[in-house]
Design a protein. Structure first.
Length: 223
């Protein structure tokens, strides 16, 4: 029996799940406009372990949603995951946030193509294109969305989803385009995490960095 703790902090949703080989044991998550991940993440980790009465020392691996997404959220999730791996002596598994999103939503909605979108401010999103088998059709990129951005894929129906999807609906405006607003969740990490765990596909904890995709630009302080 292997226990994997999954951490998702790439957006406003702070999400933690605990899995065993067969199923999800427990999920805790909270969407916070104030990005309260630094305070909430440790609490959720303690709660999921307590709820199923499993000691933190029984964990076999940490699975981290590696981005792209919020710079601050990624830093918090990464530092927490690496700290746990160091202290417990267990491996780190890195999971593509968008790939996990596409796999998760494909279990509930049947479309030829899926385009997970994470809000990157203004009319920009972090996005990728996946087919119904969770194969990456187009690599993840930071898209400045206009009417032609996804035109080649809209010969088929496409499900655009995520916290960046609805703001693109009026721009994309195509009869084959479908939109759902949602957030990445730790629950969607399980399948990919156990695939990597079975293959011993682990990160070098000391050198691991999340997938930022864009350089962080700090906002100016108000005078």
């Amino acid at each position: 029996m292997a226990y994997i703790l999954a951490i998702e902090t790439t957006t406003k949703n702070c999400s933690v799940a605990l899995f065993d080989d067969a199923k999800q044991l427990v999920l805790k998550e909270l969407v916070s406009e104030g990005y309260s991940h630094a305070e909430q993440l440790t609490i959720f980790i303690e709660e999921v372990l307590s709820e199923v009465k499993i000691s933190i020392n029984n964990l076999n691996a940490i699975a981290l949603s590696m981005g792209p997404g919020s710079y601050t959220g990624l830093r918090i999730g990464t530092s927490t995951a690496k700290g746990l791996c160091y202290s417990l002596g267990i491996p780190l598994i890195a999971i593509s946030t968008l790939k996990a999103m596409a796999l998760g939503i494909s279990k509930h909605y049947d479309f030829p193509l899926y385009c997970p979108m994470i809000d990157a401010r203004r009319i920009e999103v972090f996005a990728g294109i996946y087919d119904s088998e969770n194969n990456e059709i187009r690599e993840v990129d930071a898209d400045v969305v206009d009417v032609n951005t996804y035109a080649e894929y809209l010969k088929n129906e496409v499900l655009f989803f995520g916290d960046g999807a609805l703001k693109c609906a009026d721009i994309i405006s195509n009869e084959n385009a479908n939109f759902i607003e949602c957030y990445p969740s730790a629950k969607d990490i399980r399948t990919l995490a156990f695939q990597k765990y079975s293959n011993n596909d682990f990160e070098d904890v000391a050198y691991f960095e999340p997938f930022y995709l864009k350089d962080f630009v700090a906002g100016k302080k108000k005078s």
